[in-house]
Ligand binder design. Structure first.
Ligand code: CP
Ligand code: NVA
Length: 304
């Protein structure tokens, strides 16, 4: 039976922890894995722009001895030039895995149903699971353990927020999400994380006031206020989200040894000030680097 990675909840707690273990070993001993996926090809379908996801998957599969095939939005024009079904059936016969970044989560679910090869979600409007995995791997490297940790996400209740809730639920982390009214996480995503949290004793919480939400946090996280596809709303969102900026005043409410995280790309001095993202507390580039290591571990587990 093939396995996909469409959201973090597709992995059990044990599988998530095993992935971190493998990723940390791959980071330490990359040459040990140089033929782990020898001769295998991963198709990279991008319907939205990317720096980190494209670079890390492209380099990651090569470091494992495999090949990548980049397919741009203009080339495939998914669902318009050709149906998702037909694209899936063709790739299924030529490559050994698909990484896809697109808009609707239903598209990756369909692709997963249509194919016999693993499908990896490289971001949809609903979740960004590879990001969430890199984030929790980074937290593990810095904090050592997930027990008694509080992670506060401040900003838009978007795909990244959903992945952090999912990951927290699997790892027993107290995740607090703080957003303006009308921009809360998706209710289905929230309930799904709450349900999964019962297995680990994690707590998934919404607190509207960012200062209240950040109190005693070990991790403070934010993301862009206008995600890819929401560019037309950027100006309106800047007004609505202004009290949710992560600045030094907000960071001061968190624990003294709290770290600052952001999936990047950042809009400096909008959702986060230069003073915070460039501070000693910021781990954003370690977090970006870990995309490579954790995705190598995910590819290996699904494609080996
Ligand atoms: N964080 C992240 O996914 O970055 P890209 O959009 O550049 O891939
Ligand atoms: N929420 C952002 C994440 C970018 C990596 C977006 O979807 O554009």
């Amino acid at each position: 039976m093939k396995k996909d990675f469409l959201k973090i909840l597709d992995f059990t707690t044990e599988e998530v922890l095993d992935t971190f273990k493998l990723a940390i070993d791959m980071k330490k001993n990359p040459s040990k894995y140089s033929e782990a996926l020898k001769g295998k090809t991963l198709a990279l379908i991008f319907e939205k722009p990317s720096l980190r996801t494209r670079t890390s998957f492209d380099i990651g599969i090569q470091q494992l001895g495999g090949y990548s095939l980049y397919l741009s939005p203009a080339e495939i024009n998914l669902g318009k030039r050709e149906s998702v079904y037909d694209v899936s059936m063709v790739l299924d016969r030529m490559v050994q895995g698909i990484m896809i970044r697109t808009f609707g989560h239903d598209i990756v679910e369909d692709m997963s149903r249509f194919t016999r090869i693993p499908v990896i979600n490289g971001l949809t409007d609903y979740t960004h699971p590879c990001q969430g995995m890199a984030d929790y791997m980074t937290i593990k490297e810095i904090k050592g353990d997930f027990k008694k940790l509080k992670l506060t996400y401040v900003g838009d209740g978007n795909n990244v927020a959903h992945s952090l809730m999912n990951g927290g639920a699997r790892l027993g982390v107290h995740v607090v999400v703080s957003t303006p009214a009308g921009y809360e996480p998706n209710l289905v995503a929230f309930k799904e994380a709450e349900e999964a949290a019962k297995l680990t004793g994690a707590k998934i919480e919404y607190i509207k006031d960012p200062f209240e939400a950040v109190k005693n946090a070990d991790v403070v996280y934010t993301d862009t206020w206008a995600s890819m596809g929401q560019e037309a709303e950027a100006e309106k969102r800047r007004r609505i989200f202004k009290d949710y900026q992560v600045n030094e005043k907000l960071m001061a409410k968190a624990k003294k040894d709290a770290i600052f995280m952001h999936c990047l790309p950042a809009h400096r001095n909008e959702e986060v000030t230069d003073a915070v993202i460039d501070s000693k507390q910021s781990v954003v580039f370690q977090e970006a680097e870990n995309r490579l290591h954790v995705q190598k571990a995910i590819m290996y587990q699904l494609m080996k």
